[in-house]
Design a protein around this ligand. Structure first.
Ligand code: CP
Length: 312
């Protein structure tokens, strides 16, 4: 693959290759070993048109640990504010010969469009409601390490499915790896026709969590609700918030996941999120750096020789 735009185009063996390499980077990161030779001489530009803590920080750390020259653009201070379009911005940066472009954008499809206009590798750091491929990959690595496998598991994905690119990328990945996927949430936050993605749908937490190996909670994405239905947080927590009583319905060794940022007391009880015997939320963050290192490493291997190297 030239770019990492989504989980959709990836084959199961390609997913396994990324996860295997990421696993190696987990070990190296824990030993505080850098591998500055991997991306030495490469330039990585991060363009985040939407807020981010985990994804932006981990892509920056990942590039730096592999020796890339990393520039994180402050998009709020860029000429986008003067009316420059996404494509003109991309073409401008492309003329500076980056090797890797990491992009987050609020519009679904914007990152794919941009990838068609530049001649470097593009990594999708989340586009609208469409895809967040590195999140699904880091979730997969977290599950594989906790459960010892990434197939034939029952995974309950709970909450605001309709507005979630994390849900979409996870559904695609977990389905490719032959897991049983249950989507749980209110009818108003469930996309129409989602069953065609090979998932089961329920609006009842007790039904959705029964015998689950993995319980993945999602944030209410109010910023994407376009003034439509926004549930009362109190009522939502009562019916769909993960607390000890609801978690008891899942398997005794079920793990609890959340991509972050979390709204404690809305989709998850704080004590569950902090319970190191059940919650793998901090491991997800750690896997994020390793997965992004693996993605940058593998895409850089595919890059054609840069003009500088051709001249030499
Ligand atoms: N999970 C996730 O994408 O978090 P950020 O928005 O903080 O990057």
């Amino acid at each position: 693959q030239r770019h990492l735009l989504g989980i959709d185009p990836l084959r199961p063996d390609e997913i396994a290759t990324i996860l295997d390499l990421a696993d190696r980077y987990v070990t190296l990161n824990r030993r505080a070993e850098k591998h500055a030779e991997v991306l030495a001489g490469r330039t990585q530009i991060n363009m985040f048109f939407e807020n981010s803590t985990r994804t932006q920080a981990s892509f920056e750390l990942a590039g730096k640990r592999l020796g890339a020259d990393v520039m994180s653009m402050a998009m709020q201070a860029s000429s986008i504010k003067k009316g420059e379009t996404l494509i003109d911005t991309a073409l401008t940066l492309n003329a500076m010969h980056p090797d890797l472009l990491v992009v987050r954008h609020p519009q679904s499809g914007a990152v794919d469009l941009l990838a068609q206009k530049v001649n470097c590798a593009v990594l999708n750091a989340g586009d609208g409601r469409h895809e967040h491929p590195t999140q699904a990959l880091l979730d997969a690595l977290t599950i594989r390490r906790a459960k010892g496998r990434l197939h034939r598991l029952t995974v309950a994905i709970c909450g605001d499915i309709a507005h979630s690119r994390v849900a979409r990328s996870n559904i695609l990945l977990l389905h490719k790896m032959e897991n049983r996927i249950r989507l749980v949430g209110p009818p108003t936050l469930m996309p129409a026709g989602i069953e065609s993605f090979g998932v089961e749908v329920t609006h009842d937490m007790a039904e959705g969590l029964k015998d689950a190996d993995v319980v993945m909670m999602l944030r209410l994405q109010k910023e994407r609700m376009d003034g439509g239905f926004i549930p009362s947080e109190r009522e939502y927590y009562h019916r769909y918030g993960l607390d000890a009583e609801k978690l008891d319905i899942a398997k005794p060794d079920a793990i609890v996941m959340h991509p972050g940022p979390m709204n404690r007391g809305v989709e998850i009880d704080g004590t569950i999120a902090d319970d190191i015997n059940r919650s793998v939320i901090q491991e997800q963050v750690e896997m994020g750096v390793a997965v992004r290192m693996a993605a940058l490493d593998l895409l850089a291997r595919n890059l054609r020789a840069s003009p500088k190297e051709v001249m030499v």
